[in-house]
Design a protein around this ligand. Sequence first.
Ligand SMILES: *Cc1c(COP(=O)(O)O)cnc(C)c1O
Length: 398
Amino acid sequence: MSYSTEELHQLDQQYYLPTFKRYPLAFKKGSGSRLWDMEGNEYIDALAGIAVNNVGNCHPKVAEAISKQAHELVHISNFFLSEPQVKLAKKLAELSGMQRVFFGNSGAEAGEGAIKIARKYASKNGRGSKIIAMKNAFHGRTLATVAATGKEAMMNGFAPIPEGFMHAPFNDLDAIKSMVTDEVGAIMLEPIQGEGGINPADKQFLIDLRAFCDEHNLVLVFDEVQCGIARTGKMFAHEHFGVKPDVMTLAKGLGAGVPIGAVLATEKAGQAIDWGDHGTTYGGNPLVCAAALANLEVIEEENLLAEAEKKGQWVKDKIESVKADYPEIKEIRGYGLMLGIELTVESKPIVTTMMLKHHVIANATAGNVVRLVPPLNIPQEDIETVIEVLLKSIKEHR
Ligand SMILES: *Cc1c(COP(=O)(O)O)cnc(C)c1O
């Protein structure tokens, strides 16, 4: 017996902790850039589970790898080695040019790891534990990452919140410099802010920040949970700016939908961690690592860096070409297929009533931004439909 969407909606309201204001829409099946609801209606997916399904829904190669691994070995604890985990650590080190890798289960957990590495490094190198993060950031929902995020609304009622996080305006090196004392040990930022509205860092800001961190032995942490793993047309978003971090977090696009996060560190930063300093039971088990390895193989085989770049450019050109007829469109920002279209009006009704009605799944963030983070292998026809529907929805909303 299968539930209808309406029944699922009722049961969800009854049983699920009321954390998400969800659409009364339940999906049953996905393939590539398409999703099907309980009643069999088809949708184009321009959200990809929030920048997670970079190789599309249920990619056959990933499904095959998960199935094979599930029959062979799922979990063994981190007291022992497994080939998928070792291979994935090696692969991420080679791709990033960083030397050390640790696996967790989510973006926030990767952020926790990054914060611990940064603080441990600082404590061993005569600097304090404070971390400067950016205004408008998002680093997760655990207590420390919510402190790094710094949004009042996310911290209310959860005191005591871990101390030691300060917030500087994004892209403002002078502000950061004025906040740095011996008590500060690290700077943490997203090279392209995701939840904050798809705000890319200025190249010169990052270059100068890197030099400043080197000069003062500050740990530079990049949160690439959303912008990493080919999303922006480069394997890691920081490659657009030619600036390397000391510590980097990954998650969303890494596992093609299985729960995996990773924190990477240079040898220098990673050396601060001693035996027993950090751990996890599930993190990086054979099942999720096999999925992530298959995911990375698909990204290479299907040339998804170039695909993200090409389709992202098409969207930008298209939006620029019609902008004159759409006074609601302020600007389009982003790299590859991590795109934000800032409107002069609230984006949520356009996304949740209009676009959804036309069976396109997109996302509204930061009040007036439409976020498009579709699978990187979305067919050209589908991305054209997404933009067509967006424009039609803007008009209908007038
Ligand atoms: C989503 C996100 C996180 C948190 O990841 P979870 O898997 O939800 O814990 C952290 N940082 C950034 C930049 C994100 O976009």
